[in-house]
Ligand binder design. Sequence first.
Ligand code: MF3
Ligand code: CO
Length: 273
Amino acid sequence: MSGGTIVYKTAEELAYIRKSSLLVGKTLAEVARHLKPGMTTGQMDEIAEKFIRDHGGVPSFKGYHGYRHSLCISVNEEIVHGIPGSRVIKEGDLVSVDCGVFMNGFHGDSAYTFPVGDVSEEKLQLLRVTKTSLYKGIAKARPGNRIGDISAAIQEYAEANGYGVVRELVGHGIGRQLHEKPEVANYGKKGSGPILKPGMTIAIEPMINMGTRQIRQLSDGWTVITGDKKPAAHFEHTVAITEGEADILSSFSDIELAIAENSYITEKIATLA
Ligand code: MF3
Ligand code: CO
């Protein structure tokens, strides 16, 4: 998946990754503005592709290992890599939307899980914990720490809340390639793995299951679902390691403004850090 060695970025390169990452956030916000029960995941994908191209970007996922869409849209028991198409969004769905943008030679990558309509408290809690686990991981993304410190922080928090942490899929370095070294697992041991240094850019993306951590791969070759068919959630940020705290290059700000203004999306989790 992510071959080669870790590529450290200059300030100029970092600025390009930020640009691409911010366009991802704005694209997810555009999707959030339109999201409502009755629409298809294929329509969501069309909105995203048009928005990305209108703003001078190219969808990172389109053409990646033969993938034919701009978004991965994973509903309820689908964890990640759901393929947009004729599936209709229903009230009560958890809809994970993952997006990548390529612009000026650099990628940005981010994902958000939306609660559509009247979503159960149990599902909202899964979203809160998954999102918070992402920020717990980001808090460990400091120079001198190791990748395993990020992984362990995510795992500890998610498991303490009774959830299953997906192991087969991981976060990744990001830059000129969508997937670079190092791998950023969502489980692991403190103090293990590559050391974090300024100039590293990584996508941290916890995939958390309400039930067990077991997964199944669908025969479409992409969609990954939970083994027990219980719901899953996925949040992702592209971040840079600096001399101090991690610099979050993607942003949920526009997404959360869009959620606040869309009465079809439950707002209860939107204001969480
Ligand atoms: N966004 C995924 C990731 O976070 C990759 C999507 S796979 C693709 O790594 F084929 F859709 F691009
Ligand atoms: Co990613």
